[in-house]
Design a protein around this ligand. Structure first.
Ligand SMILES: Cc1ncc(COP(=O)(O)O)c(C=O)c1O
Length: 351
């Protein structure tokens, strides 16, 4: 069976380096916010093309603290795309603001910029643009021109964008991401020194100096062990992204009749996503060839039970996307033979 993802391959390849790094962390006596974390913050901000990087405990925390650091809170509205992981919207709720769910573009699955403009009210403080599946959102500058803050949800797009079009970028290091951690982790990147300083406080209970808390927050720290792992795998990210691109290109060439998420030169293919109205048949056919597939995501935000209270407009494009999308195996450690097997199965598919 060709797996949708197999983390054990990457974990195994880095096991010895990680054992050594873990030993160094233990010897240092510093297990939180020590030298591993500060080194990773510098290296990752440099990779992302930003001045500052503030490591936090998850991608969800990165979004939540990013919004809070921009001053977004109760009474505010934040526009989010209807096709994304639920944490994009729940982060808005976590700061007490209201997510306004807007439909997506049918080719790219990115938020529809015209609909964003229509959804704006005097309460709109920000828009979250999600680089879904690793494809950079086109024309992000248009969003910044609308006069609202732009938050880039980069949870799936490490390396797809350099620098920020928006005010902040929020990354996740969930283990399956392009830069995957050994547990949970995240980072907020920004070029604004005041926002960076505030983020540094917000991740440690709003503390400005020991035992002095100048705003209310919670614990969103990353562990030194997590940072040590991320320092090991960060130098492998560019090559891994290139491998993902090569794999996705081969799939797209294998069967030109299949519809794919629109291409982009900087796509980093966190997921290689095809679209078909006959999804069950497609998945069955792949299974017969012993190829695993997945669905990201089977429900648009407008279809999520927990988010019904925030649904104000229909999002038919996102709901159709949720019905038709299917993810194929696409991770750097796939062998050439496995990629050949997926291509052969795609060639064989007749929908
Ligand atoms: C688009 C998107 N945003 C936010 C998140 C939240 O990241 P985490 O799982 O690290 O909290 C994820 C990952 O699940 C995601 O894919």
């Amino acid at each position: 069976m060709v797996p949708l993802i197999d983390l054990s391959r990457k974990l195994e390849a880095n096991a010895d380096a990680f054992a050594l790094a873990t030993r160094q962390v233990l010897d240092s006596g510093s297990v939180l916010l020590g030298s591993q974390t500060s080194q990773f913050e510098k290296s990752f901000a440099n990779f992302a093309g930003t001045k500052y990087g503030i490591a936090v405990s998850s991608g969800a925390s990165a979004l939540q603290l990013g919004l809070a650091a921009l001053g977004i809170g109760p009474g505010d509205e934040v526009i989010v795309p209807a096709m994304t992981a639920v944490p994009t919207a729940s982060a808005v709720c976590a700061v007490g603001a209201r997510p306004v769910i807007v439909d997506i573009d049918d080719e790219t699955a990115a938020i529809d910029l015209e609909l964003v403009e229509q959804a704006m009210t005097e309460r709109t403080q920000a828009v979250i643009a999600v680089h879904l599946y690793g494809r950079p959102v086109d024309n992000l500058g248009k969003l910044t021109d609308l006069g609202v803050k732009v938050v880039e949800d980069c949870a799936q797009s490490h390396g797809a964008t350099k620098g920020l079009a928006g005010s902040i970028g929020a990354y996740s290091f969930y283990p399956t991401k392009n830069l995957g951690g050994i547990g949970d982790g995240g980072m907020v990147v920004t070029d604004d020194p005041e926002v960076a300083e505030r983020l540094g406080r917000l991740r440690v209970h709003g503390q400005s100096e020991q035992y002095v808390h100048i705003e209310v927050s919670q614990n969103h720290r990353m562990s030194e062990i997590e940072a040590a792992w991320l320092n090991i795998v960060l130098p492998q990210l560019e090559l891994g992204n290139q491998r993902r691109r090569d794999i996705a290109n081969r799939y797209q060439l294998a069967n030109p009749n299949i519809r794919w998420q629109a291409r982009h030169v900087n796509h980093v293919y966190h997921l290689a996503v095809a679209l078909t109205p006959d999804r069950d048949e497609f998945r069955q056919a792949m299974l017969k060839h012993e190829i695993a597939t997945g669905i990201h995501y089977p429900l648009a935000l407008t279809q999520q039970p927990a988010l019904q209270q925030f649904v104000s407009a229909a999002c038919p494009v996102a709901e159709k996307w949720a019905n038709e999308c299917v993810s194929l195996p696409c991770f750097p450690e796939l062998t050439d033979d496995e990629v050949d097997d997926v291509c052969a199965a795609l060639v064989d598919i007749d929908l």
